[in-house]
Design a protein around this ligand. Structure first.
Ligand code: VTB
Ligand code: MG
Ligand code: MG
Length: 322
């Protein structure tokens, strides 16, 4: 892939964030998602690459844009797989809560797992604990391993987990073990990545969330030198067959980081829509000035860039304003 692509991809997440942030707090999650999707789709047109959506908004018959199999980019440039979540946290934006982002992962063609839209069990850790944890271990053992690796007492270890009934038992066991639990409402891409950014103070991410989000998170964790493992959670026979259809012999097989993102060249970019663990949200500063906060990284070089941008709305002819 070409180096310039990373910065081009940030322009795409910025566009999605600028469009959807206007919907913050209006109680309309579909409109917020639609704005992000249309803006992201539009901006992709100018990116020099030969891209295909492998994780997107659904199949062609259920999504008009950014559907799986859609070709993106100018057709000139590297051949790449693209995974998008134009608005990771649609209900967050509707409610005006924290943690919504526009996210994209781009990787060499054929290297991103074509994860179906179903649940996935996940574990993520940062660099120090990379290679040491297993999704198959009991949580108590994992906590001991991560505490030792991160040189923290079990009592000071922070585990981030999505606040859902399905995690009740896990949450109870983490608390009984003595660690700190940080619950979040939505947006597990940001939560998983937070484990690999030391300034967040978050050590471990566990729980069941979306499989598409899992693959996108994996691209970032690879660039950050962290680790992730996952297992699809098919609930029905039909879901099981979809897993087998995507090439998995055992639908519930353990997926390592290299199974989620194979190859060593992946780019991850995110722009905050509302402020969260990772990024500040879109700030309307008055007049036509708007500030965005993005992160972009590449697994090949391991460079992580935080980009603050000042946008002048008067000079954004393509941005749809409310
Ligand atoms: C998960 C998680 C996402 O939605 O898919 C979640 O990965 C859906 O979970 O980050 P529920 O079915 O329990 O609501 C997000 O939080 C946001 O898309
Ligand atoms: Mg989405
Ligand atoms: Mg999502």
């Amino acid at each position: 892939m070409e180096r310039e692509l990373a910065l081009e991809i940030v322009r795409v997440t910025e566009a999605a964030a600028l469009a959807s942030a206007q919907w913050m707090g209006r109680g309309k999650k579909n409109e917020a998602d639609g704005a992000a999707t249309a803006a992201m789709r539009g901006m992709f047109d100018s990116v020099n690459m030969e891209g295909v959506v492998v994780i997107g908004e659904g199949e062609l018959d259920e999504a008009p844009m950014l559907y799986i199999g859609e070709k993106l980019g100018t057709g000139m440039g590297p051949k790449v797989d693209i995974a998008v979540d134009p608005l990771e946290g649609t209900s967050i934006v509707a409610k005006g809560h924290n943690n919504a982002m526009a996210v994209i992962a781009v990787a060499d063609k054929g290297t991103l797992l074509h994860a179906p839209d179903m649940y996935m069990e996940k574990i993520a850790v940062g660099k120090k604990a990379a290679g040491k944890v297993s999704l198959l271990d009991p949580i108590e053992k994992t906590i001991d391993i991560v505490a030792e690796a991160n040189n923290k007492r079990v009592q000071d270890l922070t585990v981030i987990i999505q606040e859902r009934d399905r995690h009740e038992d896990l949450i109870e066991r983490i608390r009984a073990k003595g660690s700190r639990v940080k619950l979040f409402g939505d947006g597990d891409v940001g939560a998983a990545i937070a484990t690999a950014l030391p300034h967040t103070g978050i050590d471990l991410f566990v729980g069941i969330g979306g499989a598409p989000e899992g693959v996108i998170s994996a691209a970032a964790l690879k660039a950050l030198g962290g680790d992730m493992q996952a297992r699809l959670v098919p609930y029905t026979k039909e879901e099981e067959e979809r897993c087998i259809g995507m090439g998995l012999k055992d639908p519930r097989q353990l997926l390592f980081l290299d199974d989620l993102v194979s190859g060593d060249d992946a780019i991850f970019a995110a722009t905050g829509v509302s402020s969260g663990e990772l990024l500040d949200g879109v700030r309307f500063l008055g007049g036509d000035l708007v500030e965005t906060h993005s992160i972009v990284m590449r697994s090949k070089t391991k460079t992580v860039r935080y980009i603050t941008a000042h946008h002048h709305l008067e000079h954004k002819p393509h941005l749809v304003m409310l």
